[in-house]
Design a protein around this ligand. Structure first.
Ligand code: NDP
Length: 295
């Protein structure tokens, strides 16, 4: 049976490391890093994420500003707020929780955030720096968390074949770009699968490291996984609980029970990638503080 990669425990370790770093920052600069999180509207899942981000930031000693805006907030009002936060030297990180209401253009909002405060790493400047391997960028939190889980599970990943299923701008594409970089935390051979991939299993069965970020419950089955692979399941899907049809439960994109029989190691859902995403947001916020104060 596979080793269960405990994202919750690893995220907790990272949070403790950050807590120590924040104390040092406070000693040296007389203030703590500050993260502003903006939520527009009442998407229930987003509300939970924003609450968790606030709670975890505060546990790590980071100042957390939560800005809750009405569903009818205009794009101009949101842009004005972002400009104010960009200009405010006491704010180090700005995160706009996605998705935004449909009358707001997400790209316009992401692009308005000062790249040096873009702790989500979605600004084209940060994406570009990630692609060319420049260190002074913010790596999007979910792929960054996946990388951390991979290297803690398989320390020597040089030359390993990593297959990622999914090519979204927030997970698949940044992860692929991160893992082909020529450094000790990457240096993989990367294949990316998506909806135009005819036989996904043909590729996934060749993966030493398989990362799945699709949003389709239990899509990856045992026959699609190579024996001994490290499997990282990013997917979060709410389905009817087969054991209790009145209730729902969260599952990943990987059929956990059967894939555990062949994989070397696997992340659970929940408790795998999810907690890591928030831990890496804290890491990015501390990095933002340093980049802004070490000029
Ligand atoms: P998107 O919907 O933006 O992207 C999904 C990707 O999967 C697309 O590239 C799509 O291909 C591909 N895809 C969809 N269906 C198939 C299929 N049948 N075969 C092959 N490829 C397919 O999703 P996200 O990347 O935003 O999220 C993916 C999952 O990860 C979701 O469940 C989401 O909830 C979860 N997630 C979890 C996070 C965490 O912190 N744990 C953070 C972010 C996301 P194409 O491009 O061709 O359309």
């Amino acid at each position: 049976m596979a080793i269960i990669i405990d994202g919750k425990a690893i995220a907790s370790e990272i949070k403790e490391e950050i807590k120590k770093e924040v104390l040092l920052i406070e000693k040296q600069y007389g203030r703590k890093p500050t993260l502003a999180v903006i939520l527009v509207g009442n998407n229930p899942a987003s509300e939970v994420y924003v609450r968790m981000k606030k709670k975890t930031s505060e546990e790590a000693g980071i100042n957390s500003m939560q800005i809750l805006l009405d569903e009818n907030t205009t794009q101009q009002e949101l842009l004005t707020l972002i400009n104010q936060l960009n200009a405010d030297n006491s704010v180090n990180g700005i995160l706009v929780q996605l998705p935004l209401p449909s009358h707001i253009n997400e790209n316009d909002i992401i692009t308005a955030i000062d790249p040096v405060k873009d702790v989500d790493g979605f600004h084209p400047v940060n994406m570009g720096k990630l692609v060319i391997g420049q260190q002074d960028c913010f790596i999007p939190c979910t792929p960054y968390g996946c990388q951390e889980l991979i290297i803690r599970t398989m320390p020597d990943i040089k030359g390993k074949h990593l297959v990622v299923v999914g090519r979204s701008n927030i997970v698949g594409k940044p992860l692929a770009n991160l893992m082909i970089q020529k450094n000790n935390m990457a240096n993989c051979i990367v294949t990316v699968c998506h909806t135009a991939t005819k036989d996904i299993g043909y590729y996934t069965t060749q993966a030493d490291i398989l990362v799945v970020a699709v949003g389709r419950a239990n899509m990856i089955t045992k026959d699609m996984v190579k024996k001994g692979a490290v499997v990282i399941d990013v997917g979060i899907n709410r389905i009817q609980d087969p054991a209790n049809p009145d209730k729902t439960k969260l599952v990943g994109d990987v059929k956990f029970d059967e894939v555990s029989e062949v994989a070397y190691a696997i992340t659970p859902v929940p408790g795998g990638v999810g907690p890591m995403t928030i831990a890496m947001l804290l890491k990015n916020t501390v990095k933002a503080f340093k980049l802004q104060n070490m000029k």
